[in-house]
Design a protein. Structure first.
Length: 401
């Protein structure tokens, strides 16, 4: 075909296709009989309409699970009104997530820090920043937990038996405090060769598990599980007690997973006891076997959950279609097969109540001998964001390293 005729042909085909697609995009599209066949309809609509892209800012603790789930979601071809839903992931620390939203450096559609602690802070601070809360913990349509894992203390059993006895009591934190500040260390317990008592948790300004640890210490000092106030945090007696514990920690790590790995890798030469997620203890349970004695999981008298909320932002860049697509994605995250994956492969407690923690193949059966339990102590209440900020500010001023 001569070059001139070929050019006319290309233009002709382009105009024809454009007209055809425009016709399909008319309001009567769904009335076309041949488009009542769903696969054909979705294919045409996908060709006509751009995807609904959901940007998700999430904490790293659930990285492996979330990436596997998103790959499944995309492979299954989920759509909104025929438009494909695309999930765009970006990981940050939990505190970085809410600070990024507040200062405008991040504009995600959906956020998921490691816990509701960060959502509570963002909810309070965003009112001052934007004139309205950009998240709402109480609205389960747009903000809901998808995974759960409590804070636990993990210790080498030989040391824990000496410190707490076979059955740690409600005085767990008090006895730990008294042991840590004792200048004689393990010598006071008849083991001078063990040196000082080495306790650790992550940096609460950078890691959610560290934040959870200092919250539990604070609640325990005041002997309550709810109603924590900024006045409590500013109490001189509490501040002295708290600073004595924190002052014995030489290394506040930035990652719970790395912290737990180092305990197993280096043993009691580095840590006797650490505060970490239950899921992190499960992840390292097999690696600890035969290294430095038995590694055991201990549940504090009251706990707090890393509940991994997913919350759609109430922001002008989140369109109604994005909100609907984000809700569909959250429905997928809480579906039974996806929750089953979280439990059996990654050691998280599912939010789906139909899934038994002690089912065949569950880590709660596999590691029951090291103290893992399907039941947990009472949970403390998540304080208002202002109280949490006061606690973090105090830690930064008194301890921050």
């Amino acid at each position: 075909m001569p070059r001139k005729n070929w050019a006319f042909f290309v233009v002709y085909v382009f105009v024809g296709l454009s007209t055809f697609v425009s016709t399909l995009a008319l309001p009567g599209l769904r009335e076309n009989r041949w488009l009542t066949f769903a696969p054909v309809r979705d294919l045409v609509l996908a060709a006509v309409s751009p995807p609904v892209e959901i940007s998700v800012l999430y904490s790293t603790e659930k990285d492996a699970w979330l990436k596997e789930v998103v790959a499944r979601f995309q492979a299954e071809g989920h759509t909104l009104d025929g438009r494909p839903i695309k999930i765009k992931l970006k990981s940050l620390g939990s505190r970085e997530i809410y600070l990024g939203v507040l200062n405008g450096t991040e504009k995600p559609d959906l956020i998921s820090p490691a816990g509701s602690l960060q959502i509570s802070i963002l909810q309070d601070l965003s009112v001052n920043q934007f004139g309205h809360p950009v998240v709402n913990l109480a609205d389960t349509a747009v903000c809901r937990s998808v995974l759960r894992t409590p804070l636990v203390l993990v210790a080498w059993r030989e040391r824990a038996d000496v410190l707490w006895g076979a059955n740690p009591s409600s005085a767990m934190w008090t006895r730990l405090h008294d042991a840590l500040v004792d200048p004689k260390g393990w010598d006071s317990y008849g083991h001078p060769d063990w040196g000082y008592i080495k306790f650790g948790h992550t940096n609460p300004l950078k890691s959610n598990s560290g934040f959870m640890a200092i919250l539990l210490m604070t609640y325990d000092y005041f002997g309550k599980t709810s109603g924590l106030t900024s006045k409590d945090v500013l109490d001189p007696g509490f501040q002295k007690w708290f600073s004595e514990i924190e002052g014995t920690i030489s290394n506040f790590g930035e990652s719970t997973g790395i912290y737990m790995h180092d305990m197993v890798a280096y043993g009691p030469s580095q840590y006797d006891i650490v505060a970490v997620y239950e899921s992190a203890a499960i992840e390292q349970a097999d690696n600890a076997v035969g290294r430095y004695g038995e590694l055991r999981v201990y549940y504090p008298p009251a706990t707090v959950m890393s509940d991994h909320p997913f919350c759609v932002l109430n922001a002008d860049w989140v369109t109604p279609d994005k909100q609907r697509a984000a809700q569909m994605f959250m429905d997928y995250l809480t579906s039974t097969p996806v929750q089953q994956l979280a439990l059996l492969k990654y050691g998280f407690r599912p939010v789906d109540p139909s899934l038994a923690l002690d089912q065949p193949g569950s880590p709660f059966n596999r590691y029951a001998s090291i103290g893992l339990s399907t039941t947990v102590p009472p949970e403390v209440a998540v304080p208002p964001g202002g109280v949490l900020n006061t606690l973090l500010d105090f830690w930064a001023r008194a301890i921050g390293k």
